[in-house]
Structures are given as C-alpha cells and as structure tokens.
Design a binder for this molecule. Structure first.
Ligand SMILES: [Ca+2]
Length: 524
C-alpha cells in the first residue's frame, strides 16, 4: 500500500501563493478591468446620416430594404444612436483635430485643410497612453504632421487612394495591393491579434470611404445597379430664400461633378494610355472589372443624349450608387472588426464607437460635399456600444459635438481631460443621466473659402429649434426655424415676427464666442 501523497510545506506555501495570485488577478479583473475598458473608434470620411440605416432620414427605408448597413445597424441596436450629433467645422482635417483635442478649430489651430496639426499639444491618445493604454491609428489621418500619442500608426498620405493605396508608417511609405477599405479592415484585425494583451487599448480605425471620388470595390460594382434611388425634394433647389452664399457655391451634382472621375463616364480603362491619379493605380484585372460594369452603362448614357433636368437626375443616380457601394464596403469592414472583437471575447469590456468626420449632401439642395452649417453636413453619425453602460436601443437626444469625444474617451479610460477643453464628457449621457446643465446650443465655424467649392466662411449657433448663421466676410445672416422648415429652404432672419428670436440667437452666438474665447472675425 502506498503512503498518501501529502504536499510538503514548501509545496503547500507555493500553491497558496499561486492561488492568492490567481485570486488577486481575478480581483484585478473585477475591479480594474471595468474602469479601463478597451476602446475601438471606428471612423469614416463623409458618411451621411441618410445612408446609415439606424438614422431616421429620407432614405432610411430604401437603405434598409437594400441592406446597405447591416453591421452598423447591429452596432446601433446593441448600443445607442445620438440623434443630435454635430461637428464644429464640417471638413475632414478640422473634425479630426477637434476629436483629438476636445477643442474648437481656432483653439487647436487646425482651421482648414491647409493647416498643419501641432502634435505637441494635449491630445486624447496621449492621455490614454499616460494611464496605461496601448494606442494605434490605422487609415486616414489627414493632419499633415506625423501622428503623436500612438504606439503604432499606419496612415494614408493625405486623402489616400481607393485602389492599391500607399501607407505611411514610421519606417517609410509602401504600396499595398487591394481595396483601401478592406486593407484598413485587414490592418485593424492584424493589430488586434498582435497587440499586447496585458494592456487596455485604443484602436482608431479610420476609413477613407466614402470620400469623393467614390470608387467602389470590384465586388460591389453592380450593387443597386437596377434600382432607382429616391431623389431629395430639393435636388433642383434655386437658393431663393437664403443669403447669397448658397447660390454662389460650386458643389452641384448637376453642374460641378466631373464626368471622368466623379461619374466614371469615360473610355474603357483597359488599354487606355495616360491614365491619371486613381485610375493609374489600378491593375489590369481591376480595370477589366470596372469596364465590365461601367462601359455598358456609359454606352446607354451616351445613346440617351440627356440634357437639363434629366441629365442631373442621371448624375444623381450615378453618384448615389457609387457612394452607396463605397458605404457597403465600409459596412462590410465594420462587420469584420466587430466579428474579430467577438472572436477574441472582447465584446463585454470594449467600448465601440462609430462616427464620421461630418455628414454629407446626397443631392439635398442639389449638392454633394459638406462644409455648410445646414443640417446634412453639420450632423455626424455617432453610435456607441458599451455593454453595462449604454442600454441597447438607446436614442440619445442631448446635443453633442465632436469636441466631446476626447473628454469622453479619457473619462472612459479612468482619467480626466484638462479643464480648459471646450468639449464635455458624454459618459453621464451614455449612462442615461444627462447633467441638468448640459448644453442647449452648439457653436460652429467654417473657414475654408474659396478652396474647392466656394463655400463662404461662416459661424453659427444651433439650438433645439433655431439656427442662426452669419457669413461674416459678406455680412449676411440667415435664421431657420427648424421646426417649421427642417429642410432649411427659407431664412426668416428678416421677418418681423422673428425679431425677438434673432436677438436671442445673436446673444447666444456672442455668448458662445466669448465662452470659447473665439478670435475676432477675420475678413480677408
Ligand atoms: Ca470628410
């Protein structure tokens, strides 16, 4: 008979220490982990609310009937949708700078796309690094200077390219074969798999799509091919009832889109010589797929000999189909990243945010592009999933801005942003407890004129019901009653019955300018 196996004292102590360590690890998970969740910031460029199925817009039923954004919809359903989410300056670079700093453009220094971001200032990723996060940014950066505050970065030069794009890393620039949206999705998944699993992380995955010139991937070239996208009521807006800047822009679908690049009405790509820009980067196989899709369409278009309104309507359809095809690929890759989080068991302890740098015109007012303080481009999609904090299916009504993101993410990480930030943490709002003194108006300032689209510089204030816009270089004003005129077709600035509203809104604009220590109006 063998003697019973008893642990020696040394073994017993070792086992006790191990279980104490295991217990303490468990305690750490219970206490530390919830205070430092991972953060995945999924971002895109120029994605309109109209083409995100979780938003109640004129295209919502079309978008959902054609399954355009199933993955964004599932993210929204598992978390919350911000219904009054705005940018502070509707342009790519300025929105990104506001997100990183929590400051309006005049204070962070990046006012238009000719600016260069000062990476030495306080930023949210640096604040997260300081409290133990590993940080990464992948995709579109667009702030000219090199990223700071990131342990890993792999960015597109400038706007980047849809096909076979270049990426810049600390080691230099290299071209990758493939479709940009998919390559950024691949990079996000690869980084999630290779990261240091002992640390909480911030992953900023920033797509170029669906930025102009809306080049779809091969697999979606025939998506919506036989469909008719509903037109907005204002596709043939005559700009009466607004200040003069609205009629002086150069961003009309019918007049200002380029046939070859924007609308893809061009000779076959295969065998073509002297191809420029994006088209020059495509492989023969990619060009052949495009020719198979666009050449027959273009032959029909040429044969039809369209002019006037019919030509604008054709351009609207062509534009919207390519735009939505790019959104479809964006959504595919949102799904891939969400699936990777699930596969790694990260869903419960990861905050997932989706936003785009600003909204976009899908033919409203006859336009494409952004820039204006009008609703379509002032608005930003904003979805947040945070298990245990955000009630699934929430629809948030408080007015929020991109300057709020940095204070929010820093608080999520268990720290606090400096008190001089213009934005405010959304954490209480996300928990369903909006502070009583939450803002009741948002401030806006757009600078870049004339640039590409001749949108006049302007400032403005939006409250729940009204919007006041001041085009200061030309000293013209607009006031919209959003309750009566949600499409902003008729300024009521000069109407006597709105005189008291004008006075009140002007005071509010002045108050916000003082609060944010805005600079005096620069009239060049
Ligand atoms: Ca943009």
């Amino acid at each position: 008979m063998s003697a019973p196996i008893r642990p020696t004292r040394r073994e017993f102590l070792h086992a006790s220490a191990a279980s104490a360590l295991a217990l303490s690890a468990t305690m750490r998970e219970l206490t530390a982990a919830p205070s430092q969740p991972n953060i995945v910031f999924l971002f895109s460029d120029d994605h309109s609310l109209q083409t995100l199925g979780a938003y109640k817009t004129r295209l919502q039923s079309f978008v959902n009937r054609h399954n355009l954004t199933p993955n964004l919809n599932r993210l929204a359903a598992a978390g919350g949708v911000f219904e009054r989410s705005y940018c502070c300056n509707s342009l790519c670079g300025p929105s990104r700078a506001a997100i990183l700093t929590g400051l309006h453009s005049h204070a962070n220094g990046f006012v238009d796309n000719s600016s260069r971001f000062d990476g030495s200032q306080w930023t949210m990723p640096k604040a997260l690094q300081a409290v133990g996060y590993q940080t990464a940014i992948l995709g579109k950066w667009h702030l000219v200077s090199e990223p700071t505050g990131f342990d890993h970065w792999e960015i597109l030069p400038g706007q980047g390219s849809y096909y076979n794009p270049d990426f810049i890393t600390p080691d230099g620039t290299a071209r990758k074969q493939g479709y940009c949206t998919d390559l950024i999705g691949d990079a996000a998944i690869a980084w999630l798999r290779a990261r240091d699993t002992t640390k909480p992380f911030l992953l900023m995955c920033q797509q170029k799509a669906p930025h102009r010139n809306w080049m779809p991937p091969e697999r979606h070239l025939r998506y919506l091919e036989d469909e008719t996208i509903p037109e907005p009521a204002s596709l043939f807006d005559d700009y009466a009832g607004r200040a003069t800047p609205a009629s002086q822009q150069e961003m009309q679908v019918g007049r200002d889109m380029t046939m070859a690049s924007d609308l893809k009405v061009r000779p076959p790509l295969v065998g073509a010589t002297g191809l420029a820009g994006e088209f020059a980067r495509m492989s023969d196989a990619q060009k052949a797929a495009w020719d198979a899709a666009y050449v027959p369409r273009n032959e029909k278009f040429t044969a039809a000999g369209l002019t006037g309104r019919a030509l604008t309507q054709w351009k609207y359809q062509a534009y919207m189909k390519d735009y939505m095809r790019c959104v479809k690929a964006l959504d595919d890759n949102i799904g891939r990243v969400l699936d990777e989080l699930t596969a790694q068991g990260l869903d419960d302890n990861t905050v997932v945010i989706y936003a785009s740098d600003q909204g976009f015109y899908n033919g409203e007012h006859g336009w494409f592009d952004k820039r204006w303080m009008y609703e379509e481009s002032l608005s930003m999609p904003l979805l947040v999933r945070w298990p245990g904090h955000v009630k699934p299916g929430s629809r948030f009504q408080p007015m929020v801005q991109n300057i709020d993101y940095a204070p929010t993410l820093v608080e999520i990480a268990g720290s606090a942003a400096p008190s001089d930030r213009h934005g405010r943490s959304l954490v209480p709002v996300l928990g369903g407890k909006t502070p009583k003194d939450w803002r009741t108006s948002v401030y806006y300032h757009y600078y870049e004129f004339p640039a590409d689209h001749r949108v006049q510089a302007h400032v403005g204030v939006r409250t729940d019901r009204y919007k006041l816009i001041y085009y200061y270089p030309v000293n013209e004003w607009e006031l919209f009653d959003l309750q009566k005129d949600p499409q902003e077709m008729q300024s009521v600035y000069a109407e006597t019955k709105y005189a008291s509203v004008v006075a009140e809104m002007t005071r509010e604009l002045d108050r916000l300018r003082a609060q944010y220590q805005e600079k005096p109006y620069a009239i060049s």
